[in-house]
Ligand binder design. Structure first.
Ligand SMILES: N[C@@H](CCC(=O)N[C@@H](CS)C(=O)NCC(=O)O)C(=O)O
Length: 201
């Protein structure tokens, strides 16, 4: 397998993290933001939706969308609950990550991290994203203050999905993470998992 992966991006990192935890290997093709490699992968038709990550299977099939890739790789592992309702709850967090959390928590980080986007980081936009991000992180805190994991009683794909951008929410996004002790304990729990690899690892 080959993973077209953006080194600095949480969406690509969540796939690399799952692979590390499952002890699975694949060829990594780095396609950093604004790079020639990204433009080439796109021009060669390797990125069906124009974005990274994309997993290329040995038979040439291409799978885009980070959370779809997690589902494919996680299939049959303990990270995908057998119980249908618990599995649907896991998916609910994964959809929420894409349609709420990422567009605020990741975007505030990206506006400050990628030089090309700094011009878009107006004080008004940053302030709005800060307030919305704190409200989203509070939703995670409400769950994690009382539970070790987002779903059920063990690690699932939902935790890995949300770890990707939450673990840099303070350092990149400037969110006040001390307000969320349950989230911080959960971040530590994930970082202590056997096989764990960091964003730069
Ligand atoms: N929903 C997609 C989002 C993918 C995405 O937005 N990827 C960004 C990096 S995080 C990308 O490829 N950006 C390069 C570009 O738009 O030129 C997923 O979860 O995989």
């Amino acid at each position: 397998m080959k993973l077209y992966s953006m080194p600095s991006s949480g969406n690509s990192y969540k796939v690399r993290l799952l692979m590390a935890l499952l002890g699975r290997e694949c060829q990594i093709v780095d396609v950093e933001d604004s790079s020639v490699a990204l433009a080439e992968a796109r021009a060669e038709g390797r990125l069906p939706f124009g974005k990274a990550p994309v997993l290329e299977l040995d038979d040439g099939r291409l799978l885009p969308e980070s959370n779809a890739i997690l589902m494919w790789l996680g299939e049959g592992s303990a990270l995908v609950p057998c119980d249908a309702f618990t599995r649907a709850e896991m998916l609910a967090w994964m959809f929420w990550e894409q349609n709420q959390h990422e567009g605020v928590v990741a975007v505030r980080g990206a506006l400050q991290f990628y030089p090309a986007r700094r011009a878009l980081a107006t004080p008004e936009r940053l302030a709005e994203l800060l307030e919305r991000g704190h409200a989203l992180l509070q939703i995670m805190e409400d769950r994690l203050a009382r539970h070790d994991w987002l779903v059920g009683e063990s690690l699932t794909l939902a935790d890995l999905t949300l770890y990707a951008y939450t673990h840099t929410a303070g350092s990149r996004g400037g969110f006040e993470m001390q307000r969320f002790p349950g989230v911080n304990r959960w971040l530590g729990r994930i970082a202590a998992l056997p096989g764990y690899k960091g964003l730069d690892g």
